[in-house]
Design a protein around this ligand. Structure first.
Ligand code: M6R
Length: 369
């Protein structure tokens, strides 16, 4: 049932190109335009939305953080992202013009379900992004966009995360299309970019062996830090979460711009720091800033592990370890940049003798508070 893989997690990592392709399937028409019939919220209501609030936990929350960039960029509507466990105890301000997006692989996470109930009581519309047909969260929501990752067995979420990202991009584009902020050729062009992601993921997967080797060499470390900017920041958080839950190591993700405001004090000789580098093409300002950050931490003795786009030569002099990812549009980069971090955590956990599919103290779906 593990299909020849040592763990369900490795199998599920390898299934990601197909999971992404399946999640796009049936949502693009013959003309390359977006058709989201499942979003049964009428277009006039989508046009009237004044704010979007994304609620989720854990890895799904990281998908939500990335969704904010896409929703604000394509739909030009303010978007907040909140941990469901915080949201529900905060008396959040919601009304009929609020759209709540609840992201959950299992559809059974208690905190997210309670956030959904609370949102609907306030009159907000709720759209669920979920991987499990007929689970509780979609049943209690106004509409649902299913991710088609297939069953995810490993406790650590991998393919569900990538498909949540795809669903978030589709929702952002659909909102943009409905509100008239992104349409026609622009939507089609993003759809084309998304359709190219499975092939890009195959290339990432074909090149992960050096990531595994590095992971094995770091098995006796206590701490790994992760840095990112823009959509790379949630990727850094996700890389750190994977390492915590699987390798039981101290791992933290930071926004690279925050380094000087504290975290740089943690850097000492030999400390592995993984840096997710934005494309040098799209947001070149951010790229330059992160290259400076890599220089700064390396000057203080960090062992830099750099995830950068193919052809990005500026990072070469400062990377102790360099892993290449295919060039994709800035907003979509998390789809390819996350995969090496999943492999890194999985391999490090294995090297430390941990059970990767069933990490200690964790359950696949958290149906209690
Ligand atoms: O089923 P859900 O997506 O609602 O689960 C949310 C989190 O419990 C989940 O993502 C958790 O953080 C994973 N173990 C992360 O790998």
């Amino acid at each position: 049932e593990k299909g020849g893989y040592d763990s369900f997690m490795l199998k599920e990592i390898a299934e990601q190109p197909r999971a992404v392709a399946d999640t796009l399937l049936g949502r693009i028409d013959a003309e390359g335009a977006l058709t989201l019939d499942e979003v049964r919220i009428p277009v006039p209501e989508l046009r009237a939305v004044e704010k979007v609030v994304v609620v989720a936990c854990g890895t799904a929350f990281h998908a939500g953080l990335i969704a904010k960039y896409a929703i604000e960029h394509w739909a030009r509507v303010p978007c907040e992202v909140e941990l469901a466990s915080e949201f529900r105890y905060r008396d959040p301000i919601l009304d009929r013009r609020s759209l709540v997006v609840a992201i959950s692989q299992s559809g059974e996470t208690m905190d997210t379900l309670m956030a959904v109930r609370h949102a609907r009581e306030q009159g907000a519309k709720v759209l669920a992004i979920c991987n499990t047909n007929g689970s509780t969260i979609p049943r209690e929501s106004d509409a649902v966009l299913y991710t088609h990752a297939g069953p995810e067995v490993a406790v650590a979420s991998t393919k569900a995360f990538l498909t949540q990202l795809v669903a978030c991009y589709l929702v952002a584009l659909y909102l943009g299309q409905s509100r008239g902020t992104t349409w026609g050729d622009e939507v089609r062009s993003v759809i084309r970019d998304l359709a190219g992601i499975p092939a890009a993921l195959e290339r990432v997967l074909a090149a992960v062996e050096p990531v595994r080797e590095l992971a094995r060499s770091l098995a006796d470390r206590n701490t790994v830090l992760f840095l990112g900017r823009h959509v790379g920041y949630p990727v850094a958080l996700e890389g750190a979460l994977k390492l915590k839950e699987l390798a039981y190591m101290h791992a933290e993700g930071f926004a690279a711009g925050e380094l000087k405001h504290g975290p740089i004090a943690l850097v000492e000789r030999g400390l592995p720091v993984v840096v997710v580098v934005p494309s040098p093409r799209g947001r070149s300002v951010l790229h330059g800033k992160i290259v400076s950050n890599i220089q700064e931490i390396r000057a203080r003795g960090a062992r830099t592990v750099v995830i950068a786009e193919e052809g990005d030569d500026a990072v070469v002099p400062y990377a102790d370890h360099l892993f290449r990812i295919p060039a994709v549009p800035t907003l979509l980069q998390p789809l390819v940049a996350t995969v090496p971090l999943q492999v890194f955590a999985c391999e490090l956990a294995t090297a430390r003798g941990n059970e990767v599919d069933q990490p200690r103290n964790l359950a696949k779906s958290v149906t209690v508070e």
